[in-house]
Design a protein around this ligand. Structure first.
Ligand SMILES: [Zn+2]
Length: 79
């Protein structure tokens, strides 16, 4: 399959400002983030997805910790 073969793209995920297409011809994944686009191979998408999921989960944990710390401080003040 040559680099010049026609792309056969399918939409994997689409929302305003963030779309993910897969090109079956070139087995690449294309991210469209606003005006920016990024082409990745399948492995890089998996890596990116794992990394983003880990980041979101850690961020939530961090915010939850911060939230409970603030609630604790409020309780101390009101006591
Ligand atoms: Zn293509």
């Amino acid at each position: 399959m040559s680099e010049h073969s026609m792309c056969k793209k399918i939409l994997l995920s689409g929302q305003a400002g963030f779309r993910v297409h897969y090109c079956e011809t070139h087995r690449t994944v294309e991210l469209e983030i606003g005006a920016m686009s990024l082409r990745l191979d399948e492995d890089a998408l998996e890596l990116m997805s794992d990394s983003l999921a880990e980041s979101v989960s850690k961020l939530h944990a961090l915010q939850a910790t911060k939230g409970s710390f603030e609630a604790f401080m409020r309780q101390l003040k009101n006591a």
